[in-house]
Design a protein around this ligand. Structure first.
Ligand code: ATP
Length: 700
């Protein structure tokens, strides 16, 4: 992979309080490395033949100035007197901003060795803790941290009892630290086994040894899979259970179902977001919901305003002398409006029946019963009232609104139906038949579920017909206009049992007509049933025979009997809907954090390049702003070795997510003139952005 350098112009040398590190390896390609450097010379320096171990300088002393194993069996020499102060990174004399004066001679260039992610933490420890102008052999800097082999294992005290190096989380405060990032004791890898909710930190013993060196074979180098969890302490992002990182719920997690033809670590940008067709569908629905009618003369009705007529395909009378329109299913001219409720701001459907006079007050109270009937396959009715705002006596029913829904009449038998070319008895291939049957069973299960609820509530649907079933999504239907017939025919004189039995027959007629793709299939019932028998499975025919003829014993049809007949289909439909749920949840998870990222980008935008503060030293030259500027380059302005812009959305998203999560992963920021490098964690960057933003707010 090619090495990437930020552009060689723009923000150059940092303000002095940031100590720089020069002569480092090039930054990670695309900055996406999640691990730490493991240079090519990462093997431990060997002792000269014959040299006693206790004569060999302990490498932890050389690098860190101390060895945590000194009193616990480390067999190497811990005498610090022969180490020059310049080699001791904790020496105050070496800290501070003046370090960067000499040390940026070696520029980064494309010849620099590339960064290899996922390795030992030694590199950053070494680099951050060691002043670059020291006389240390660079190989020492690059060497893996040395872990002494303990003499007698059984006598070794548990690691947890050893004092851990003191952590100072206030890494960014140059006053406190006297040297910016250079002087920081790198906190050990988070020890603790954190509970899953990320709240309680378990301070129990046995933290992992942060300095442990895990050898990596060349083969492993070649096959580094950034998503693999190898129980390696450097895998802080991909193996979180084992570590005490706060739970990284800010990061996008790859929920299934997944594409099979990609390698396990490959992703496309589209994989990170909602599928295009789902987005388009939702956007169209949102647009339809918000649609208004320009220059509308429609009145406000009760507490509903912004009426938009929806049943435009049905010709309606225009003007006083226009001929009377054909009565609707309900025997009255019917109007369907989308309207917004001023009570809750939600869209609803108002179905107005023109010229209806309510003769019995009790009739409209039936709607109260219906309001309590809740089923996913029923369009819920919310209210009913009479009104004269249209200049006549009208009754209005209020229903849930499902944007861009169509009736089954329109979908299967309308002029624009995609099923219109299939005529009754026309030859269809096996796949088409299987698809049609799948759809029919889906309809059957949903209607049966709705009828079960309705009948159990002591009501009858009375509107099982193609123009009163709404298709609100693929194969997703709902019974519409429930309650209307109950109000209109309140004193109809028919028993509940009769009405419920009628529901079964209407159910059968609907399924038969869709199966035969003919709205009048029932007119030639025998021929239609023969067609169903030839084309579909025997279960479908048996279902139709049951709803048309009733049980063999001549008794009334019951929902329980019907449901037991279709139980296998119920299970299959349930399974499909669970799959669908999984798909939707996976889609949802992709959009989960978008708002968060937009907020983060807004903060970036507010902070960066503020011309009015360009000459304000307290704003433009303090460390935070410089750091944020370099980070902006790191995220957005990467170039390849030929100087071409690298447009890598995944890199941007991954950086922003880690930034917002404030992870401890460190990255190297390089000034545009390549004179200065900073090694900084996302946690520090997050703190810088937060403090800059709050300072901006104070000034605002
Ligand atoms: N609850 C609803 N949510 C969204 N749109 C609806 C709803 N109810 C009806 N519609 C829309 O109104 C249109 C007309 O519905 P309607 O029930 O009046 O059908 P119709 O074929 O005109 O029946 P009728 O002959 O009884 O008037 C439907 O195509 C649908 O787009």
């Amino acid at each position: 992979m090619s090495s990437l350098n930020p552009r060689a112009e723009g923000p150059s040398s940092p303000p002095p309080l940031y100590a720089a590190v020069s002569g480092l390896k090039t930054p990670p390609p695309n900055g996406r490395a999640t691990g730490l450097y493991n240079g090519s010379n990462s093997v431990s320096p060997r002792r000269a033949k014959g040299e006693a171990a206790n004569q060999t300088q302990c490498r932890n002393i050389v690098i860190y100035g101390w060895c945590r194993y000194q009193d616990r069996g480390c067999i190497f020499n811990h005498d610090t007197s022969n180490i020059s102060p310049s080699k001791n990174p904790t020496s105050p004399s070496q800290s501070g901003s003046h370090l960067n004066a000499d040390m940026s001679k070696r520029k980064l260039n494309v010849e620099s060795a590339s960064f290899t992610p996922g390795q030992s933490p030694s590199f950053v420890n070494a680099v951050v803790a060691s002043p670059p102008q020291s006389k240390l052999n660079p190989k020492v800097l690059e060497a893996a941290v040395f872990t002494p082999r303990m003499g007698v294992t059984s006598a070794t005290p548990p690691i947890s009892s050893a004092p851990l190096p003191q952590m100072n989380l206030n890494l960014m405060d140059p006053m406190m630290q006297g040297g910016g990032y250079m002087q920081q004791e790198i906190p050990p890898f988070p020890n603790l086994s954190q509970t899953f909710d990320g709240m309680a930190l378990d301070q129990s013993p046995m933290p992992p040894n942060p300095y442990e060196y895990t050898p990596v074979t060349p083969q492993q180098h070649a096959q580094v899979n950034p998503y693999a969890h190898q129980n390696n302490p450097t895998d802080v992002y991909y193996g979180q259970q084992s570590y005490t990182q706060p739970l990284q719920y800010h990061l996008y997690a790859p929920l299934g179902p997944h594409k099979q033809n990609l390698l396990s670590y490959q992703k496309t940008v589209h994989d990170l977001f909602l599928k295009d067709h789902a987005r388009e569908d939702l956007q169209k629905k949102a647009e339809a919901t918000l649609q208004t009618l320009p220059n509308s003369t429609l009145p406000n009705v009760d507490s509903y305003h912004t009426l938009v007529p929806l049943d435009l395909h049905t010709p309606k009378p225009q003007g006083k002398n226009a001929p009377a329109p054909a009565p609707s299913t309900f025997g009255y001219t019917s109007w369907v409006y989308k309207a917004i409720s001023s009570k809750d701001g939600m869209p609803y459907i108002l179905r107005r029946l023109e010229g209806f006079r309510l003769s019995n007050e009790k009739a409209i109270r039936v709607v109260e019963h219906w309001k309590r009937v809740l089923n996913a396959s029923i369009v819920t009715v919310h209210d009913a009232f009479t009104t004269r705002v249209f200049g006549d006596n009208s009754i209005v029913f209020v229903f849930d609104y499902f944007p861009l829904s169509q009736t089954l009449q329109e979908v299967h038998f309308g002029p624009n139906s995609r099923y219109q070319n299939r005529h009754h008895g026309a030859h269809q291939n096996q796949t088409q038949n299987a698809n049609t049957e799948h759809m029919l069973w889906s309809y059957i299960v949903q209607i049966a579920s709705a009828l079960k609820t309705i009948h159990a509530a002591g009501l009858a649907a009375r509107t099982i017909q193609p123009n009163k079933l709404l298709l609100t999504n693929k194969n997703r239907i709902r019974i519409n206009c429930c309650s209307i017939f109950d109000v209109l025919h309140f004193e109809g004189g028919r028993t509940l049992l009769e009405l419920q039995q009628d529901d079964y027959i209407a159910f059968g007629k609907l399924i038969l007509s869709i199966a035969c793709n003919n709205p009048h299939a029932i007119n030639n019932a025998q021929k239609s049933m023969d067609y169903v028998g030839r084309t579909f499975t025997p279960e479908l025919k048996n279902f139709l025979l049951y709803v048309f003829n009733g049980p063999a014993n001549g008794g009334p049809r019951t929902m329980d009997e019907l449901l037991s007949m279709v139980s296998f289909q119920l299970i299959q439909n349930f399974d499909s809907s669970l799959h669908q749920n999984d798909v939707l949840e996976s889609q949802l998870s992709k959009e989960l954090e978008n708002g968060r990222l937009v907020r983060l980008l807004c903060k970036f935008g507010f902070i960066n390049e503020r011309p009015e503060f360009a000459h304000d030293r307290t704003w433009s030259e303090t460390g935070d702003r410089y750091l944020i500027m370099l980070f902006r380059d790191y995220v957005f302005h990467q170039v390849d070795e030929a100087g071409n812009p690298v447009i890598d959305m995944v890199h941007v998203l991954s950086c922003l997510n880690k930034l917002d999560a404030g992870t401890d992963e460190r990255i190297m920021l390089v000034s545009r003139d390549e004179q200065n490098c900073l090694i900084v964690s996302f946690r520090e960057l997050k703190r810088a952005i937060e403090s800059s933003f709050s300072e901006l707010q104070k000034r605002g």
